[in-house]
Design a protein. Structure first.
Length: 355
């Protein structure tokens, strides 16, 4: 333990961190979601800056002043802090945070050193040492800092989430999975723990477990669609066409259709459909187990049916399906250059005909 002081004498469970920023915790995919929906490698600095922030101590002389600056952009915030009524811990922490957001790591480090000299036992200062260390790439120091906060608040999910991030960037996949699983099973509001767990499971080669984790995100979550898109991609990405794919292809196709009914936008829907159909085409062309190219009947395909996302499960049908998806994407493209590339891709998939 660190003997970290709890500000204002507030009970530990109300003092510590879980005042998430929008979305309930770090954004999925390691801090940065781009609509692609796949579990990217962890982006430690972005994830550190997406961690929930500590509650402001209501007894701080700047508490009211800071409450009025909640939505301010970092640069505006730093300017506004010059007019703060007093020089307090909360004011200095808020400025430190803004400097980290702006990537001003040297001035953030100076502010942190000054805070540590004046308030060595304040857990909020220890917490921000962890955040700053993650942002700057000092992962070992980040882990030590978050571990100290975890010792002070063993029941809180946020230090465990931060420790999961540290373990993941340090390559300790078993430890990372344990922390992420602890958070996700005890507090389903922390959806980023589910994404972290699935990311670690995929890295460890546990594809089925990763899919199950992503599919455990409840429909009520604002990250439900992202989790289902990621689950589809986790089923299909980096697969050997020689794998027995029918069950995963069928499940992925069912998810794409379900997501369309849930309002998945047309661009992401068609990209996902193209990924399912493209994986199916590779599988068919490989002559793998159960594929029509191996001599199996089309009806031997996923789920015993010969249709996948409206396309017959053979080379010709899947090529038509891919051509259709890429033509839809070309119509929806934002730039002429992208449109031309998608039309060319559609033409490449068009089945050869004599006519």
């Amino acid at each position: 333990g660190t003997g970290a002081a709890v500000p204002g004498g507030a009970p530990a469970h109300t003092a510590l961190v879980p005042t998430p920023r929008a979305g309930g915790a770090p954004a999925p995919y390691g801090g940065r979601a781009d609509g692609d929906g796949y579990l990217r490698p962890l982006d430690a600095p972005a994830t550190a800056l997406a961690l929930p922030v500590p509650h402001v101590d209501p007894g701080d002389p700047n508490a009211g002043f800071l409450a009025g600056l909640m939505g301010a952009a970092p640069a505006e915030l730093i300017a506004a802090l010059r007019t703060a009524p007093a020089d307090s811990v909360e004011k200095r922490l808020r400025e430190l945070r803004a400097r980290l957001d702006l990537g001003e790591l040297l001035s953030a480090a100076r502010g942190l050193e000054s805070l540590e000299a004046d308030h060595p036992d304040d857990w909020r200062v220890v917490w921000y040492r962890g955040v700053a260390s993650l942002v700057s790439g000092d992962h070992e120091n980040a882990a030590l800092s978050f571990d100290a906060v975890y010792d002070a608040f063993p029941g809180e999910p946020t230090p465990k989430l931060a420790l999961g991030v540290c373990a993941e960037v340090l390559g300790q996949l078993d430890n990372a999975a344990e922390y992420y699983r602890l958070v996700w099973t005890t507090d389903p509001g922390y959806v980023s723990a589910a994404f972290g767990l699935a990311r670690v499971q995929l890295a460890a080669g546990e594809r089925e477990a990763a899919v199950a984790t992503l599919e455990s995100v409840p429909e009520a979550s604002i990250h439900y669609t992202a989790a289902r898109v990621a689950a589809v991609r986790a089923r299909l990405r980096r697969r050997d066409p020689g794998d027995a794919l029918p069950a995963d292809l069928r499940a992925a196709a069912d998810q794409v259709e379900a997501l369309q009914h849930l309002g998945l936008d047309a661009v992401r829907r068609e990209r996902l459909a193209a990924e399912v159909l493209g994986t199916a085409l590779d599988w068919v062309l490989s002559g793998s187990r159960g594929s029509p190219g191996e001599g199996g009947r089309p009806g031997d395909g996923p789920g015993g049916g010969a249709i996948l996302l409206g396309s017959e499960l053979d080379e010709r049908g899947l090529r038509f399906g891919l051509e259709r998806s890429y033509r839809v994407l070309a119509r929806l493209a934002g730039s002429g250059e992208e449109r031309i590339e998608l039309v060319e891709r559609a033409n490449r998939f068009r089945p050869r005909t004599w006519v």
